[in-house]
Structure formats: C-alpha cells, structure tokens
Write a protein that binds this ligand. Structure first.
Ligand code: AMP
Ligand code: MG
Length: 352
C-alpha cells in the first residue's frame, strides 16, 4: 500500500491539476486505460478538489497473471454483436487458471481498496465524483456474489448498495427513473445497483408492462439520464452477467436441493426462465440502444463465477484508476494544527 504519510504529504508539492505531470508516471499505460479514456467525455460539472500528486497505487503483482488482451474493450458489444450466439462459458482475454484469477483478484483488491479510500477522501473534501456499477443479469447470474466478493473487498462505509425489485405502489406513481435518482450514490461513494433502471426495458418489455410507445421512449431517456450523470461526475460502469440456460438450470437445481439455499429460490424464477428467448431479445435491444460512448455495456460471460468476478473487479478498478485520484490537500494550516496539538501533548497524562 502506498498511503501517503501525513509528513510526506506535506513535503510533496500539491499539484493543481489532477493529472500527473510529464515527470510522473501515468497510472496505467495499458491499452484498456487509453481506450477507456479516449471514449469517455470529460465530466463538465464535476468538482475535483486539489490533490497531492495523484501517483498510482503501488501494489505487488508478483505471480499475478495479466490479461492477454485488455478486457474492457473486449467485452463491449460492437456492431454485429449477437447475444443469441454468445458463449457464456468463455473466458475472453484470460489464458490463466482459476487460481491465477484468484491471485490477480487479491492484488486488485488492494488497489481497489486504496482507490476507494481516495475517492471517499475526495468526496469528504468538496469533490463531487462517484462511481456507479450497474449490474444486470437473469436470476442466478451471480449479482449477489459480485456484491459480496468484489465490493466486499473495500470499506463498506464507502459503498452504497441498492437492489431494485418490483416497483412499490409509490414508485409506480412516478416516472421510472424516480426511484433510481433517489438511489444514486452520494459523492465519494461507489454505488452498486443490483438490477436497475434497465429492468424497465427488460422485464417491462418482455411482460409488456407499459404501452409500446412508452417503452420505446425509455431507451433514449436512459441515455440522456446517464449522460447527465456522467456530466455531473458519476462514472457509470455497466455490466450484464450472461449465463447459459444449462448453467441456470444447475444453479436453480442446487437452490432446490440444498435447504440452506431454499431462501434464494423463487417460483417466479421459473416463469422468467420460460421466457429465455424473449429476455435474450430484450437484452440484445438494450445493448444495441444503450451502449453509449460515455456509458458502454460490458457483456460478461458468467458461467464461471471466478471469471465474472475477476472481470468486474478489473472494470471497477480501471474506472477508479481513470479518475487519477490523489489525497486531498488539507484545507487548514497543518503546521499550526501540529503546533496546537503539541501544546496539548501532556494533557490527560499527568495528574493536575
Ligand atoms: P430478485 O432480484 O431476484 O430479488 O428479484 C427482483 C424481481 O423484481 C425480478 O423479478 C425483477 O424482474 C423484478 N423487477 C425489478 N425491477 C422491476 C421493474 N421496474 N418492473 C417490474 N419488475 C421489476
Ligand atoms: Mg431472484
């Protein structure tokens, strides 16, 4: 960990801009980082307080295998992307074993954890940035496991987790984005949406929960909404976990065979499963219409949980790296505070 010691931080020259100067190494030189930066519009209204040098987090990656190809761009659905022929059991970009993946996860976890703390510190110091991970996927695709195993690696105080179920009566009285706006992560936080506004163009489309024109308008409304979020400093990372019908069968079967998993089963899951082709079509349309430059989708093969967890850890870490976070410069006189503290040094330790 490269947490800057308070006295070291003072020696360091506070950099006005956030980006490391030419003498400083850029946080990540991978093609993935460059590709992500190239396609992301710069936030317009985001507030970024002055920081000490935004050096990349130092982590030991000894023995941790790297991707053969940057995974972010690899999983973005481009022209001609066809979900119907997608291989949910593949591990694109990863030649390593499951053990290799675990090692890389551990190394990334350290980095993610420090980046999260920097983001939180920035939020506490007047910054306005946040990161929102939007997780979609059919039942048993592993959304809960992502929350536990990926977000579980960082300080829970820095995470804002929200799950979206069938809208309540109150929610139904409002526009579909109303409950979403109310659930956005506070500044400095990593938000996780377990299901999201995309349910309103998935289950809502499959089950025809609104008139066709209204459903059709939602894709554009979602794009506008996400552009607005990006503009105000929220980096959106969109992930769809894709499992095969066979894998879902196995996972549902296990939920029925194991009494300790019965609580996870819902009879409604079978009704959803019966509409597999309709959901495939609805997801395809979501990717076709809402994978934008500022908020692209990542379609993640999720039959191997270790792989999907590694991918999401990687995407989230990269999103935070791209923010070039540093430690905020103190907004008080550090020397004066130190002197004032010294004056109190013996307080409470000697009998008066
Ligand atoms: P679970 O995530 O397994 O607890 O299930 C939540 C359920 O709520 C799923 O069946 C979703 O499809 C459903 N759901 C979530 N959002 C909406 C929505 N906007 N409209 C209708 N159903 C929804
Ligand atoms: Mg469920």
């Amino acid at each position: 960990m490269s947490k800057t010691e308070p006295d070291k931080a003072e020696e360091a020259k506070p950099s006005k801009g956030r980006r490391p100067g030419p003498d400083k190494p850029a946080p990540d030189k991978s093609t993935a980082a460059k590709a992500t930066k190239a396609t992301k519009p710069e936030p317009t209204d985001a507030v970024e307080p002055d920081v000490y040098t935004a050096d990349p987090v130092e982590v030991t990656r000894e023995g941790a295998k790297d991707w053969s190809e940057p995974v972010g761009p690899l999983l973005r659905p481009g022209d001609g992307f066809d979900l119907a022929t997608f291989d949910a059991g593949a591990t694109p970009g990863w030649d390593g074993s499951e053990k290799d993946a675990e090692r890389r996860m551990a190394a990334l976890g350290e980095e993610l954890s420090e980046l999260q703390e920097r983001l939180y510190a920035e939020g506490r110091s007047g910054g306005s940035r946040s990161v929102l991970l939007v997780l979609q996927g059919l039942d048993t695709s592993g959304k809960g496991g992502i929350a536990r195993h990926v977000l579980g690696m960082v300080d829970p105080q820095g995470v804002a987790l929200r799950s979206f179920g069938v809208p309540t009566l109150q929610e139904r009285e409002h526009h579909f984005l109303w409950r979403i706006r109310n659930a956005l992560p506070p500044t400095g936080r990593i938000g996780l949406f377990d299901r999201s506004h995309y349910e309103d163009v998935l289950v809502a489309v499959v089950d025809e929960l609104a008139p066709p024109e209204e459903l059709d308008a939602r894709y554009g409304e979602i794009n506008d909404f996400e552009a607005e979020l990006a503009g105000s400093g929220t980096t959106i990372v969109k992930v769809a976990l894709v499992i095969s019908p066979q894998e879902q069968y196995d996972r549902l079967h296990e939920r029925l065979e194991r009494p300790d998993k019965h609580w996870k089963f819902s009879v409604g899951d079978l009704a959803t499963r019966a509409k597999w082709p309709q959901y495939t079509q609805a997801y395809q349309r979501v990717f076709d219409r809402t994978s934008t430059e500022g908020a692209p989708w990542h379609v993640v093969p999720a039959d191997n949980k270790w792989f999907s967890r590694l991918v999401v850890t990687e995407l989230l870490t990269q999103a935070l790296r791209d923010l070039n976070l540093g430690w905020p410069v103190a907004d008080f006189d550090v020397d004066a505070a130190r002197a004032a503290l010294e004056e109190t040094k013996d307080q409470g330790t000697t009998a008066s």
